[in-house]
Design a protein around this ligand. Structure first.
Ligand SMILES: Cc1ncc(COP(=O)(O)OP(=O)(O)O)c(N)n1
Ligand SMILES: Cc1ncsc1CCOP(=O)(O)O
Ligand SMILES: [Mg+2]
Length: 524
């Protein structure tokens, strides 16, 4: 039996709003576009469960939607259900198979790789991965796994025909993040979402289902369109692309919304202005939506994590508005709180660029090869930085920037090695944060170019950098590091105290010919 798992309703009569009859709600959900129904009755006696299952089956047959029974093989047999869903503590699959007619659809609950491995051995038809987000519908016995956790479990399904739905706290506000964020590094995506309360608890289950259906249909379309023509990168093209972005930034002065730390706010704003863009260092949650509608980019720097709610909101709104998000997980390896917060943010929204030093990037990748001490990276760095940066870009599905004596940038395919800069950058506070600000500024430039119609008469170059976050990241790193070299050579710079204003000066006066002549770029 071929099943469309896209919108999988799991029932929960205890959640029905007052006055809403169960069968009325179920029929509305079916009319709204539900494609699978699972009857989940955790507190009913067998007879009541049987009655509910029988009546539900009649409705499902009317809409030609498969019926799956949660937990109970006997009920499934009694009503000749299309399938059963079994958890890790329910009847084992191999025993259930001996009791059920051949061809009965079998699904299992999974929330760790061993569960998926066993599901593959048992040759199940689908798995329910969760809980993705927090939920009150089921008492969870393990932590929520987030969209990035779903992606890692999907990877284990590569090469199998087993379908996968995500479940747990999914609703109209996070369905797009769930669908777009739940992807493995191999590109394995979900086959659908399983939902209880967003539909069952609604007084209008038809429109609740339709809303989820609309997002699902938009998502499928998004992945049916041809992926971008792969870019051809060479050193001269990259350098000229950065110069094009410098022009766009000065020409359009994009808004760079920066939720950053108190230490660097002022210098980051001045660096933004020096590049020709417009900084706003707003942190109030009430203004996150309005700011997301102004063309530009968002920088989330969590050096001092005082505005987590605004960071989550701003990122979600930026995703909605398709604005670049640059994430700078400052000191993420220093405390468990920072690690947890970074995971929470990256589960809540999709970053365009993640930028950190080797210690921070190692922590994000759960690698012990490089240690962090506070906000600093200690030791010689990665033995193979090119492979590391490419892999973390693939894992996080965004551009990755690793700063240090050599800077590394990758989109998961291309690796760009940059060797500009000056050691005095390490003598001022927040030089890494300034890189994040410059990257966000150049990504804004690339984003503004993408707003120009594809048919715009712009030069071939514009077509390369249009919406290209790799180019934005390379541009931001080069602007800051080339400006640092120029500042360090000035006769009026005698130490870190005179270096910082000189650095802002050099950003302000950065000329294309300076960048073109100084930039040390390798494409790997
Ligand atoms: C699609 C889907 N996934 C997971 C579950 C959870 O099943 P449940 O019986 O509620 O809990 P466990 O048995 O997995 O502990 C589900 N019902 N549907
Ligand atoms: C049954 C189940 N399994 C994992 S989470 C969950 C409950 C999902 O309910 P909701 O969609 O209301 O969060
Ligand atoms: Mg169960």
């Amino acid at each position: 039996m071929t099943i469309d798992f896209s919108l999988y309703l799991v029932t929960g009569r205890e959640l029905l709003p007052p006055g809403k009859e169960y069968l009325e709600s179920l029929e509305e959900a079916l009319q709204g576009g539900v494609t699978v129904v699972q009857i989940r009755e955790k507190k009913s006696d067998t007879l009541e469960f049987l009655e509910i299952a029988r009546e539900s089956k009649i409705l499902c047959e009317k809409y030609k939607v498969p019926l799956i029974i949660n937990d109970r093989i006997d009920i499934a047999l009694a009503v000749q259900a299309d399938g059963v869903h079994l958890g890790q503590t329910d009847m084992p699959v191999h025993i259930a198979k001996t009791l059920l007619p051949a061809g009965t659809v079998i699904g299992v609950s999974c929330n760790d790789p061993d569960h998926v491995k066993k599901a593959i051995e048992d040759e199940v038809d689908y798995i329910g991965i969760g809980a993705v987000w927090g939920t009150t519908t089921k008492k969870l016995t393990s932590p929520v796994i987030g969209v990035r956790g779903v992606g890692s479990l999907l990877q284990a399904l590569d090469g199998t025909k087993i379908k996968a739905v995500a479940i747990g706290g999914i609703n109209s506000t996070n369905v797009l993040r769930t669908l777009h964020g739940s992807v493995s590094t191999s590109g394995h995506r979900l086959d659908g979402i399983a939902v209880v309360s967003d539909i069952v608890a609604s007084s209008a289950p038809r429109s609740a289902a339709k809303s989820l259906r609309y997002s699902l249909d938009a998502w499928v379309h998004h992945f049916n369109v041809q992926s971008r023509v792969p870019q051809i990168y060479d050193v001269e093209t990259i350098k000229n692309g950065v110069v094009e972005l410098m022009r766009v930034i000065r020409d359009k002065s994009p808004l760079i919304h920066q939720i950053t730390n108190v230490v660097v706010t002022n210098q980051s704003a001045n660096a933004t202005l020096a590049l020709g863009a417009s900084p706003i260092m707003a942190t109030a949650p009430e203004e996150m939506h309005d700011l997301s509608r102004i063309p530009g980019s968002l920088l989330i720097n969590f050096g001092t994590i005082t505005d987590k709610g605004s960071m989550i909101l701003a990122g979600q709104y930026a995703n909605e508005a398709q604005k670049p998000i640059v994430f700078d997980p400052v000191g993420v390896g220093a405390t468990q709180f920072r690690k947890t917060t970074a995971s929470e943010l990256l589960n809540a929204w999709q970053a365009s660029v993640i930028k950190g030093n080797a210690g921070e990037m190692a922590s994000l990748a759960n690698s012990n090869e490089v240690q962090a001490k506070g906000v600093d990276s200690v030791g010689p760095g990665f033995a193979d930085s090119a492979t590391f940066i490419r892999e973390i870009a693939k894992k996080e599905r965004c551009v990755a920037v690793m700063t240090g004596p050599t800077d590394w940038v990758s989109d998961g395919t291309i690796v760009v090695k940059l060797e500009n800069g000056h050691k005095i950058l390490g003598d001022i506070t927040g030089s890494g944060c300034l890189v994040g600000t410059c990257v966000a500024t150049f990504c804004a430039g690339a984003s503004l170019l993408s707003a120009a119609p594809e048919t715009s008469p712009g030069p071939e170059l514009a077509k390369l950098v249009r919406g290209n976050m790799l180019m934005g990241a390379v541009g931001g790193v080069l602007a800051l590091t080339v400006a640092a070299e120029c500042a360090a050579e000035r006769s009026d710079v005698h130490g870190s105290g005179t270096f910082l204003p000189a650095l802002i000066d050099e950003l302000y006066n950065l000329k294309p010919e300076t960048l073109l002549s100084r930039a040390k770029v390798q494409v790997l």
